[in-house]
Design a protein around this ligand. Structure first.
Ligand code: LAC
Length: 240
């Protein structure tokens, strides 16, 4: 029999933000409204890929810049490589759109359900604190989120081990008491390697990484998360 209340006190659930709670590719429609050529989806995908690549590289280079800077530089790369001319004003506008990314339809209901179960969900993101705050406020998800933890506080990006250690410290938990919920396989692999429990949200039916440990649980929608967490025994593996 699981003592769910004491289990809750000794554990924390943290959510990745971009790609997990809010959709970076949701910006494609705004790209199409703003730029000619109808290549919003291609540009948005390249923008996101380059944004992550730059964040990884800056961490390896020990040359941290915050996520808004990275997002701006990645946009400029994506535009140049898709042959789209970008004025300063348009670049600024599109980077600001990152503060208004749409929530995935399952995000709000899942956060509300796990809060009703007694969890106090946190967000743990590569986003700089102002980006995290704004997108949570705009999407309405902020009402469900107790803590916002940004890698900016230690100036390294996920999946550096120090970022996961920082999140656990910020929550006053041991790393093994924290469960990361993320759509981003690189994030799940990083958290797992650092000692967190992990839930991989595979909405798109993609292939899991071939490096690193397996997630403790895999869901295809955040709607499955409350049941997964309810089945989560004290100290045991997450039920699949
Ligand atoms: C984040 C990126 C990794 O929110 O999606 O941390």
């Amino acid at each position: 029999m699981i003592d769910y209340v004491s289990d809750l006190e000794q554990s924390a659930v943290v959510f990745d933000l971009y790609g997990t709670l809010v959709d970076p590719i949701g910006i494609a429609a705004e790209v199409d409204r703003t730029l000619p050529g109808g290549r919003g989806s291609e540009l948005a995908t390249l923008w996101r890929t380059k944004q992550l690549e730059y964040s990884f590289r800056l961490t390896v280079m020990r040359a941290y810049r915050d996520f808004r800077w990275v997002t701006d530089k990645a946009l400029r790369f994506a535009a140049a490589s898709t042959g789209v001319e970008l004025s300063e004003e348009t670049a600024r506008h599109l980077v600001e759109c990152y503060d208004r990314l749409p929530a995935f339809a399952d995000s709000g209901p899942a956060l509300a359900a796990i809060r009703a179960d007694g969890h106090r969900p946190a967000v743990f993101s590569n986003g700089s604190p102002d980006m995290v705050e704004r997108v949570l406020a705009h999407s309405g998800l902020g009402a469900h989120i107790e803590r916002r933890i940004s890698v900016d506080e230690i100036e390294e990006f996920k999946p550096a081990p120090a970022t996961y250690q920082h999140a656990a410290r910020a929550l006053d938990m041991g790393i093994g008491q924290v469960t990361l919920v993320s759509c981003n396989a690189f994030d799940v692999v990083g958290a797992n390697a650092a000692g967190m429990r992990t839930v991989w949200v595979n909405r798109a039916g993609t292939t899991y990484d071939t490096i690193g440990g397996q997630p403790d649980a895999v869901v295809t929608s955040l709607a499955e998360l409350p049941d997964v967490l309810r089945a989560y025994g004290t100290g045991g593996a997450i039920a699949q």
